[in-house]
Design a protein around this ligand. Structure first.
Ligand code: ACO
Length: 323
């Protein structure tokens, strides 16, 4: 038997305020048509004044617990993927722990920008496989609206806020690629590409900073690296693209999503797409898409899913799991 990390609950939270593309036309030299056609984004949610990453993460986690029919006492660990924590420290994960009323276990953040959720899933799977935890709440949560330069039309129209959560549980499975749970992962980074996507501030430089991106350069890397990491993870699981029911990609740009599916030889009918409604929510985009995809009735028990993401670092990776 093999101890696998199986998804037993999902939940997501989106802030109340919805901002349509057209709102940017008042302050920037941009149009709804440009944003829609270049990125696929139609609207995004922005957190309210005072609403933080850990607030949204805790709401998503509460919903994942309710979905699983479990309580915070049943969870051993919390992993939050975020690049926009409430404070420099403590971690957003420990804040979520307290908001859920959890007094045991352990909690920590993972920072790999838009690839954060696949890194967090990979870590959580290892914690479960090694017996260090039996139930892990894995959350992606971001308030990217706080690090936008509102005068930079090439970035500020692309990002949004939100949170998504998966509750993973250790389950003994036969040990084949027909098992439920996480079957394989693939993580990569290459720090030589730091200047393509970064925030120009931080604790040791005494500012919060703003997101800076050479979008077309990131785009060039994205399709190639995403298809490659997805295929590597599938290969590790002894599976191929033809076995995939759903690609649940990082939701940055519809053209990247379409290009990656095409490169993998899969149709857009096999892709969960939420970018039109959420924009790019960085580490939150995959768990948001998984939770929404399940609520829409797209993702069902037994489906083979590949998640893949790339972001600042560059950092990228993929996770293959059976729902
Ligand atoms: N409205 C109107 N025009 C604009 C806007 C805007 N909002 N933004 C840029 N433009 C202009 C540019 O100034 C440029 O004008 P020029 O030709 O006169 O110089 C023109 O549009 C084309 O710009 P490009 O950057 O070449 O446009 P592109 O087709 O590449 O689309 C985009 C830009 C949407 C940013 C795309 O490159 C992209 O999605 N890149 C990848 C983003 C991504 O995946 N990031 C990784 C994850 S994010 C993370 O990790 C935090």
């Amino acid at each position: 038997m093999t101890r696998r990390a199986v998804v037993v609950g999902t939940g997501h939270y989106l802030p109340e305020r919805v901002v349509e593309n057209a709102e940017f036309e008042a302050t920037l030299d941009t149009t709804d048509e440009w944003i829609r056609s270049r990125s696929g984004i139609e609207r995004r949610h922005f957190a309210a004044e005072g609403e933080t990453t850990s607030d949204m993460a805790a709401r998503a986690a509460e919903r994942a617990l309710a979905d699983a029919g479990l309580t915070a006492d049943d969870v051993d660990a919390i992993v939050v993927a975020t690049s926009t924590p409430d404070l420099t420290f403590p971690s957003a994960a420990t804040m979520v722990q307290s908001k859920l009323g959890m007094t045991k276990g352990f909690a920590f953040d993972v920072q790999a920008v838009c690839a954060g959720f696949v890194y967090a899933l990979s870590n959580a799977s290892a914690l479960i496989a090694s017996g260090q935890a039996s139930r892990v709440m894995v959350i992606g949560a971001e308030t990217f609206s706080r690090i936008m330069d509102w005068t930079d039309r090439s970035t500020c129209v692309l990002f949004g806020d939100g949170a998504g959560a998966l509750l993973l549980e250790a389950q003994d499975q036969p040990g084949t690629n027909k098992d439920r749970g996480i079957l394989a992962t693939d993580l990569n980074s290459d720090g030589r590409y730091k200047d393509l996507l970064y925030v120009d501030g931080g604790v040791s430089t005494h500012t919060t900073g703003h997101l800076r991106m050479q979008g077309n350069q990131v785009f060039r890397h994205a399709v190639e690296k995403l298809a490659s990491t997805a295929n590597t993870a599938l290969d590790r699981a002894g599976l191929s693209a033809g076995d995939v029911d759903w690609i649940v990609p990082h939701q940055a740009n519809i053209r990247i999503i379409q290009g990656t599916a095409k490169k993998m030889g899969l149709s857009m009918d096999n892709v969960v797409v939420t970018v039109q409604d959420h924009g790019n929510t960085s580490a939150a985009s995959i768990p948001l898409a998984l939770s929404v995809g399940k609520d829409r009735g797209q993702i069902k028990e037994g489906d083979l899913i590949v998640t893949e993401a790339i972001g600042g670092g560059l950092a990228w990776g993929a996770v293959v799991l059976r729902w």
